[in-house]
Design a protein around this ligand. Structure first.
Ligand SMILES: Nc1ncnc2c1ncn2[C@@H]1O[C@H](COP(=O)(O)OP(=O)(O)OP(=O)(O)O)[C@@H](O)[C@H]1O
Ligand SMILES: [Mg+2]
Length: 259
């Protein structure tokens, strides 16, 4: 197993059945995610698209155990999320899920290396003396080792996102989630980040990424499209990717996504 590979990856990594997320609002209950059935195999690179408010972030947060479903079953990385206590869920999340956000969300008062070590300190999966070397190793692989002892504020956006990616990988998560990871990057820097994600996938990492960027769809092996909280066949017939995505959606969870 290499540093950037997830441990014990075995298909299927994610299985959702009848998953709903309902929010109470003053105007009555609102279903942000509706009746989603979804299988994702280990090692897939999945893009999630859809208009603003279609439920992309909500779906991602359900996959990562950040939010709890209102109904349905979610099995992710060997855990039945719908059955877990808040405490168990938080512990599971720390060990099995890494997340990258649009605005990096690094802690400004910690150095870059300390930011990457933080999830290792929480999960205690590596002995204390191995955490800094591991953080430096991850930063090296992501091309930002020279920034290790700086504060995040001294880094460019692209560098900060690489650090955020290193932090997300700190505990070798089975599942890497990214919510518009390139949303705050210029197109060249975005392209570089997508290349890094693709490289992780080649190393066995499972990635689910919300994106608005068409360029990003060229990297994903499968595209999920959401509309009003439901999975629908992608209708952006822009490229062969859309057609491919459509075929794959029709048999989601199939081995074809590995082709
Ligand atoms: N805590 C909440 N309470 C009530 N409604 C919510 C809550 N969180 C999200 N929603 C609603 O659920 C829907 C889906 O939100 P979500 O953030 O998942 O959309 P999104 O597809 O990620 O949009 P964007 O592209 O703008 O990030 C939206 O209509 C939103 O207003
Ligand atoms: Mg969102």
């Amino acid at each position: 197993m290499t540093l950037l590979q997830s441990p014990g990856a075995a298909a299927p990594l994610i299985a959702l059945r009848g998953v709903c997320k309902r929010y109470p609002t003053p105007a009555g209950a609102f279903d942000a995610v509706r009746d989603v059935d979804l299988d994702i195999a280990a090692g897939e690179f999945v893009a999630v698209i859809g208009q603003s408010g279609s439920g992309k972030s909500t779906l991602l947060n359900l996959l990562g155990g950040i939010d709890r479903a209102s109904a349905g079953r979610l099995e992710v990385a060997g855990a039945a999320l719908h059955d877990m206590s808040e405490r168990a869920l938080s512990r599971w999340r720390g060990r099995h899920v890494g997340i990258v956000f649009q605005f990096f969300q690094l802690l400004p008062t910690l150095t870059v290396a300390e930011n990457v070590m933080l999830p290792m300190d929480f999960a205690a999966r590596w002995p204390a003396r191995e955490r800094r070397p591991r953080a430096l190793d991850l930063l090296t692989r992501l091309g930002v080792a020279a920034q290790a002892d700086k504060l995040p504020g001294a880094l460019s956006g692209g560098q900060q996102q690489r650090v955020a990616l290193a932090r997300a990988l700190a505990n070798a998560p089975a599942l890497l989630l990214a919510d518009e990871p390139t949303g705050n990057l210029d197109s060249r820097t975005a392209q570089e980040l997508l290349e890094l994600l693709a490289e992780l996938v080649r190393g066995g990492q499972t990635v689910v990424m919300v994106t608005h960027e068409r360029a990003a769809l060229g990297y994903a092996r499968r595209v999920l499209s959401l509309r009003d909280g439901r999975l629908v066949a992608p209708e952006h017939a822009q490229s062969e990717h859309a057609g491919l995505a459509q075929a794959q959606l029709a048999q989601h969870g199939s081995e074809q996504a590995h082709g």
